[in-house]
Design a protein around this ligand. Structure first.
Ligand SMILES: Cc1cc2nc3c(=O)[nH]c(=O)nc-3n(C[C@H](O)[C@H](O)[C@H](O)COP(=O)(O)O)c2cc1C
Length: 383
């Protein structure tokens, strides 16, 4: 049973620990790209009963002519996931695949391998890419926005065929030609779960049609508006593709003893200590190559991009944070990826103070065998 489909009403995961975290800050306590930190935080999350550890794929950092910049110091998601899978017991382990950088035959076999190492706890985040300079390194131009998702759909079709077809098959599409395709061993799971976080209309349609976990960026603070955002997504998947999708989001957590202290720290690391060179470049690349939000909204979200890749702020006391997670859950969010400036300290405090509150409110069961029971079906096998 993949823990992504376990019994907790609100699933939780770690995000971006394979690099320098999700914040673009000069704060000295920020997460460093290191195996030690990756390992420590993944094992702590595993012990705490979290459902997922999600790395991101980044081939080049954001600022131009700054090759050593920390935004590019990101470990390869697949080999990282294999390492994490080997030293954890229950947590779901993901890798992220940039379709333009990795042939489906390689990705299918790598994914199946990590699924074996993890004993069926693996899932795959598939992305079309938006960071133009990193894709240009591969000698290919960044495709036109919507065509990236056509390519990704075909990429995923070939990958899934390799996971399921027992006979050799030929595939001739618009982007891929596979002759006598085969991949063994098959994954442990009948269907490896797929995550996608496309935010544009085309990206959301792709996720609704093909993904099991879809991500939204939550803009509103109002529970009804958030509910409408989630329900709109689920309706589209149901009406247009006859599918049920689970909707998750990502967050930026700052937990302190008082609201004022938390807000002060949030401001310090994401405004006063903002990595301006990096955030400027990120904003330019996002505006040019994504269609998630209009330019004015993108600008208004600057602090959120600096704080945690645009994640929903969970800033305050343990009480406030658990209430805000409760709001997200009531609005229909089924999982939240957590990011901190300092993951070690942040996760320890969250485990000590927030998790018991989520357990008391019935959103989660205490870590242990009961957390692994299920109330949902896993995704159907896709042939
Ligand atoms: C939770 C989350 C994880 C993501 N992971 C990656 C990643 O690892 N690599 C990447 O290039 N883009 C990543 N993205 C970006 C999205 O895949 C997508 O390209 C972006 O939101 C722009 O949407 P659009 O392509 O539909 O315009 C991620 C986004 C979110 C919200």
């Amino acid at each position: 049973m993949n823990p992504l489909f376990g019994g907790n009403t609100l699933k939780l995961g770690l995000f971006c620990t394979n690099g320098s975290g999700a914040s673009q800050t000069l704060a000295p306590e920020a997460h460093e790209t290191s195996w030690d930190m990756s390992l420590r935080t993944a094992q702590a999350a595993d012990r705490a009963g979290l459902e997922a550890v999600v790395p991101f794929a980044r081939w080049k950092g954001y600022p131009e002519n700054n090759p050593g910049h920390r935004s590019g110091r990101v470990m390869d998601p697949f080999t990282w996931a294999a390492g994490i899978a080997a030293v954890t017991e229950n947590i779901g382990v993901l890798a992220t695949s940039h379709a333009p950088t990795l042939h489906p035959i390689v990705a299918a076999k790598q994914a199946a391998t990590v699924d074996h190492i993890s004993g069926g706890r693996f899932a795959l985040n598939v992305v079309g890419g938006w960071n133009k300079p990193e894709l240009e390194m591969f000698g290919a131009p960044l495709r036109e926005h919507d065509e990236r998702y056509d390519h990704l759909a075909e990429w995923l079709q070939v990958t899934r065929s390799l996971w399921t077809e027992t006979d050799e098959f030929d595939f001739h599409g618009s982007f891929f030609d596979v002759v006598g395709g085969v991949s063994e061993p098959k994954p442990v799971q009948p269907a490896i779960p797929i995550m996608n976080a496309g935010g544009s209309p085309r990206g959301m349609r792709f996720a609704a049609e093909h993904a099991d976990l879809c991500f939204v960026i939550v803009h509103s603070e109002d529970e009804d508006e958030i509910r409408e955002q989630i329900q709109g997504y689920k309706r589209m998947a149901r009406d247009e593709f006859g599918r049920e999708v689970r909707v998750w989001t990502h967050t930026a957590v700052v937990q302190r003893d008082t609201q004022a202290e938390a807000e002060q720290y949030y401001r310090r690391f994401s405004v006063e200590q903002e990595d301006t060179e990096s955030v400027d470049a990120w904003m330019r690349l996002q505006a040019a190559n994504t269609e998630v939000m209009p330019p004015a909204v993108l600008q208004a979200m600057r602090q959120r991009f600096a704080a945690g890749a645009g994640g929903f702020p969970l800033v305050g006391t343990a009480e406030t944070i658990s209430e805000r997670l409760g709001t997200l859950s009531r609005a229909g969010i089924e999982g939240a990826l957590l990011t901190w400036v300092d993951y070690d300290a942040g996760l320890a405090a969250f485990t000590r103070d927030v998790l018991p509150r989520l357990e008391a409110s019935g959103l989660r069961a205490p870590a242990g065998p009961s957390a692994a029971s299920t109330d949902r079906a896993e995704p159907a096998v896709i042939g």
